[in-house]
Design a protein around this ligand. Structure first.
Ligand SMILES: *Cc1c(COP(=O)(O)O)cnc(C)c1O
Length: 352
């Protein structure tokens, strides 16, 4: 830390992303990327002509992508906010809708970026523990008088709330914003995006990173009442109006037109997940039922850290969280069937 860093940030604890090592080739099952490439149309659309157009600024209003997203959700472009990954969208939500004193509530076990953003913006955090069995109980989210953020399906548990349960939380907090992070909803969860048409305090975030094979493009969005979206636009235009680059905007638009391709891949990932879950259980692992493209699993013989290190030495990366309640398990991204079979083979050798 230099002596020039503002004292506001001296206590900041940055988010630690999953490893992206470049030292050797790993089977990478640690950051929930898709094992499948973007749709052929997307690859084709990033043409030499598009690259040549990089001399121009991107469309700061994301007009065309917003129009297509609005159509997909049966909404209007004023209900859509577009960001540089849903991380940026979440960052603006914390910036915009959280009061410094009352702050923000989120589950103790959830996406690791929530406490980081709370800290960055100097917000009080009200951390609400998940129940013993890792479920989020809607009744724990009433009368909090804070902004509420949670992931549905949740990470790293993979567990999902019904739309009715989300609605209960939204109704119980009419004077506070409820943000639902649906990064994994395309793998079997229930989206509550439709509820944003009826509740002006609900905002739903989504990403192209996981289910649309575009993690490196950085593209996320939110749907909500036009007033909430207007607030986010105010902040975005006070920060970086060209937050999404033109190649990414193009890729996102074309990806929306290739929905069948992604639906098909996501169905395959769901199948592979269910196969992998049952194989792990045969080996004595405890595995939470997942509605995402990862599973959270504990080995009967090894700690989470031992499993993580053992697999890394064998060329397979999974995610380990060194903290109470999570350190008995690892989070494993669902890759291709071949990758999961290779992983199962290594696991069998490790535990024999
Ligand atoms: C991956 C992830 C995100 C961020 O996705 P990007 O769009 O790549 O920034 C947000 N929330 C959760 C729960 C995630 O797992």
């Amino acid at each position: 830390m230099s002596r020039f860093l503002s004292s506001r940030f001296s206590g900041l604890e940055p988010y630690v992303p999953g490893e992206q090592p470049r030292d050797r080739r790993y089977i990478k099952l640690n950051t929930n990327e898709s094992p499948y490439p973007p749709a052929p149309q997307v690859i084709e659309a990033i043409s030499a002509a598009e690259v040549a157009d990089l001399r121009l600024y991107s469309d700061p209003a994301c007009t065309s992508l917003k129009r297509k997203l609005a159509q997909k959700f049966g909404m209007s472009p004023e209900n859509i906010f577009v960001g540089n990954g849903s991380d940026e969208v979440l960052s603006f939500i914390f910036m915009a809708f959280c009061d410094e004193k009352t702050g923000v509530s989120y589950p103790d076990i959830s996406y690791g970026f929530y406490p980081v953003y709370a800290n960055l913006y100097g917000l009080a955090s009200n951390v609400v523990p998940l129940r013993e069995d890792f479920t989020l109980a809607p009744e724990d989210y009433s009368n909090l008088n804070t902004t509420i953020v949670f992931a549905n399906p949740n990470a790293p548990t993979g567990m999902c709330l019904s739309v009715e349960d989300v609605e209960r939380i939204v109704r119980a907090n009419p004077d506070n914003v409820v943000a639902v992070d649906e990064a994994y909803v395309d793998f079997g969860g229930e989206s509550c995006a439709e509820l944003t048409k009826r509740y002006d305090n609900l905002i739903v975030t989504r990403t192209f990173s996981k289910s649309h094979s575009l993690a490196g493009a950085r593209l996320g969005f939110a749907v909500a009442d036009s007033k909430l979206i207007g607030d986010l636009e105010r902040l975005r235009n006070s920060n970086n109006p060209y937050n999404v680059n033109s190649l990414t905007l193009k890729a996102g638009e074309v990806a929306l037109e290739a929905q069948d391709y992604y639906d098909n891949n996501n169905a395959t990932i769901i199948q592979t997940r269910d196969y992998f879950t049952s194989e792990l259980r045969k080996l004595g692992f405890s595995v939470l039922d997942s509605k995402t493209n990862f599973v959270f699993a504990g080995c009967p013989k090894l700690s989470g850290e031992e499993l993580y290190l053992g697999l890394k030495a064998r060329g397979i990366l999974v995610r380990f969280f060194k903290r109470p309640r999570l350190d008995g398990c690892v989070r494993i991204t669902i890759g291709s069937r071949e990758q999961m079979d290779a992983l199962l083979k290594e696991i069998k050798e490790l535990i024999l």
